[in-house]
Ligand binder design. Structure first.
Ligand code: PLP
Length: 451
């Protein structure tokens, strides 16, 4: 659809003439000059943002319950982030990648101070995909293997290595994935992938998944990569005990466990890191989205032993923005606000409030099949009826579209082949009033769409 269709306005003579507003001109430029990198663009231009709200060109406020691209955990344009950017402008923004600056060293030290003794070596990068790329490269170099196992529905980025272990989207049409990539079924308790349990998981999918891996391996294991909650793939929450058992299975095979906390790290689930709640410390941790609070910043963290061995073997990964000072200064501000505003604790409190509201919707609407999540990351699965649990894509999309019209932006997981799940993840600074407004909008949109 073109958004640039001309407006018809009356001229002084009463004749009709085509008039194009500045906004229409921009949409025309979109049609002419922009690559559609992920299907359709949202049909509105956003001009500014503050806290939990974004504002379109006409100044209309929209509650942002996707926290931008799941990055703006402090809310949009947090004063501390703005201050860090302004200070960097008076100091330094970018640097030769072999040179270090105080904010970079300080951020590595601050991150390490939040982590256990086995995770004390940090490298700063730009994106989530890049951090996973580096994690996989280090795992391969350390172990000497190349096989990487992941979970169905997971998303780790779309760069070569990370993309090979991304199963939510983007696999078809780009040629072979990395040799040695394998997958086991995600522990989806609402839809048991091996048709074994209902609404609970006894880890049979994990055990039998590893039997499949053992049958396929060519004897060159390197790593298992997983998200603590599979977010883009439908907010799938592994059951208690999943990660400790996964770690045992990895250790028995000489595979390193990489946990990708792009979305779950730094407060969103109610702790600094999800692995603290899950009871298994990874060999390699990757952080991205939430670390930069909206600026491109990511990190990989590992232990001294892995770092030393990779260094000895000549580890190389460099990009134009490795160890850049500006994003590091912003990362320091994010950590400072996280601690000062006690955002992890706030995520627990606000998360409970949001969960209660979503469960009330579930009581009222048959179509709300499942409500699941932790902290301030929630998934709502939309179904035709509770009995069959058949996904209701039409209703899921209609309601999320209607929500946007009423002033609430929330994600719908709509990758082909996925179930219909709304992903609801406001900034951690969200207020109860903002949650109430969002719930009212979802309620109203459901009513309207169900007719
Ligand atoms: C868990 C996870 N890891 C990695 C990525 C990729 O991050 P980026 O888009 O910054 O490369 C994403 C992006 O959605 C993600 O959700």
């Amino acid at each position: 659809m073109t958004k640039s269709a001309g407006r018809i306005a009356a001229t002084s003579e009463g004749a009709k003439a085509e008039v194009e507003s500045p906004e229409e001109k921009l949409w025309e430029a979109v049609d002419r000059h922009m690559i559609r990198y992920a299907g359709e663009f949202v049909p509105m231009l956003i001009e500014r943002a503050s806290g939990s709200y974004i504002y379109d060109k006409r100044g209309r406020p929209i509650l942002d319950f996707t926290s931008g691209q799941m990055c703006a955990t402090l809310g949009h344009n947090h004063p501390s982030i703005i201050q860090a950017i302004q200070q960097s402008c008076r100091g330094i923004l970018h640097l030769f990648s072999w040179m270090l600056s105080p904010p970079v060293v300080e951020l590595c030290r601050e991150l390490a101070s939040l982590l256990p003794a086995s995770l004390q070596k940090v490298m700063l990068l730009s994106t989530g995909g890049e951090s996973n790329e580096v994690a996989l490269r280090m795992a391969k170099l350390k172990t000497g293997g190349f096989e990487v196992v992941g979970l169905t529905g997971s998303y780790h980025g779309l760069t070569g290595g990370a993309g090979a272990s991304t199963y939510a989207a983007g696999r078809k049409g780009y040629g072979p994935a990395m040799p040695g990539t394998m997958v086991i079924p995600a522990p989806n308790c609402y839809r048991c992938p091996i048709r074994h349990c209902t609404d609970q998981c006894d880890l049979t999918c994990l055990e039998s998944g590893f039997e499949l891996i053992d049958g396929q391996t060519v004897g060159s294991p390197a790593a298992f990569i997983a998200e603590p909650i599979i977010s883009a793939g439908g907010v799938i929450v592994p059951p208690p005990g999943y990660f400790p058992r996964l770690k045992q299975l990895c250790q028995a095979r000489g595979m390193l466990l990489i946990l990708d906390e792009a979305q779950t790290g730094l407060g969103r689930l109610g702790a600094n890191f999800a692995f603290e709640q899950d009871g298994a410390v990874p060999d390699i941790l990757t952080l991205s989205k939430t670390l930069g609070g909206g600026l491109p910043l990511s990190a990989i963290v590992t232990g001294a032993e892995i770092e030393a061995e990779c260094y000895r073997k000549g580890f190389l990964h460099i990009s134009s923005h490795t160890s850049d000072p500006l994003p590091a200064a912003v990362g320091l501000a994010v950590l400072e606000v996280l601690s000062r505003e006690q955002l992890a604790k706030r995520a627990v409190r606000m998360g409970e409030y949001l969960k209660t509201g979503l469960e009330q919707l579930q009581e009222r609407y048959e179509a709300v099949g499942d409500v699941r999540g932790r902290g301030l990351l929630w998934g709502v699965e939309v179904v035709r009826d509770r009995e069959t649990r058949e996904p209701n894509h039409k209703l899921g999309s209609a309601v999320s579209g209607r929500c946007l019209e009423h002033g609430l932006s929330m994600n719908i997981v709509n990758f082909p082949g996925m179930n219909s799940v709304w992903r609801i993840a406001p900034p951690l600074t969200v207020s109860t009033q903002e949650i109430d407004s969002a719930l009212t909008i979802i309620d109203q949109s459901l009513r309207e769409c169900l007719g």
